[in-house]
Design a protein around this ligand. Structure first.
Ligand code: GRF
Length: 203
């Protein structure tokens, strides 16, 4: 399977995928990395691994729809079987979903449907939950609202701040993401209404 990874930041999830893909049994390879900003560690990781990169900045386009079309093109160049948003801090739009819908997954640092959005870790802490975690979902047109593919819980400890909780979450998040991506690569992913399941659609 051909993977394209969308990134905006440090790329720890990308690093985990790059570490996994050399094993042929994994069933997938990162063939391209696309970012919404330059000068991020995730792009350095891709270049160091010899993976081609592209940067598509919102500010370079007249509006969001034009940016989304350019993002769609940039990802399409790599002919992905699966697109993985791994710390990608922008919402993809209609053109992107028309082309890749059902084949785009996202990782989120909270137990959805609680605490969607850009500040899931902070919001969970502020609420006072004792357990949080991470979710891998299929991307739909909403904000972190798509069908859940996998989840993993972590405890919230009394002295946690946003950084310490996020670090604890990220340790399990990368393992979950690699596991889910490998299973999708090997078995396929079928979305039926609100539900995602591993395995190919039966005709
Ligand atoms: C992850 O926790 C992701 O879920 C969140 O931001 C973090 C990205 O980390 N939205 P990285 O860029 O993969 O290191």
């Amino acid at each position: 399977g051909r993977l394209v990874v969308l990134v905006s930041g440090t790329g720890s999830n990308l690093a985990a995928l790059l570490a996994a893909h050399d094993d042929p049994a994994f069933g997938a390879r990162v063939v391209g990395v696309v970012a919404d900003r330059p000068d991020i560690r995730a792009l350095d990781l891709a270049r160091d691994a010899g993976v081609p990169t592209a940067v598509v900045r919102l500010g370079d386009f007249p509006d969001r729809a034009a940016w989304d079309r350019a993002l769609t093109e940039a990802v399409g160049v790599f002919s992905p079987d699966l697109v993985v948003a791994a710390g990608f801090m922008k919402l993809v739009g209609a053109a992107f979903l028309a082309r890749f819908g059902g084949r785009v997954i996202n990782t989120h640092p909270a137990l959805l449907p609680s605490f969607p959005g850009a500040h899931g870790v902070r919001d969970a802490l502020a609420y006072g939950v004792r357990v949080s975690g991470c979710s891998v979902i299929v991307v739909d047109e909403g904000v972190d609202s798509g069908p859940i593919v996998g989840q993993e819980a972590v405890p919230v400890l009394p002295d946690d701040d946003e950084e310490s909780l996020h670090e604890r979450i990220k340790v399990v998040e990368r393992t979950l993401l690699v596991d889910v991506v490998g299973r999708i690569a090997r078995d396929g992913l079928t979305v039926e209404g609100r539900h995602a399941r591993l395995g190919r659609a039966r005709a």
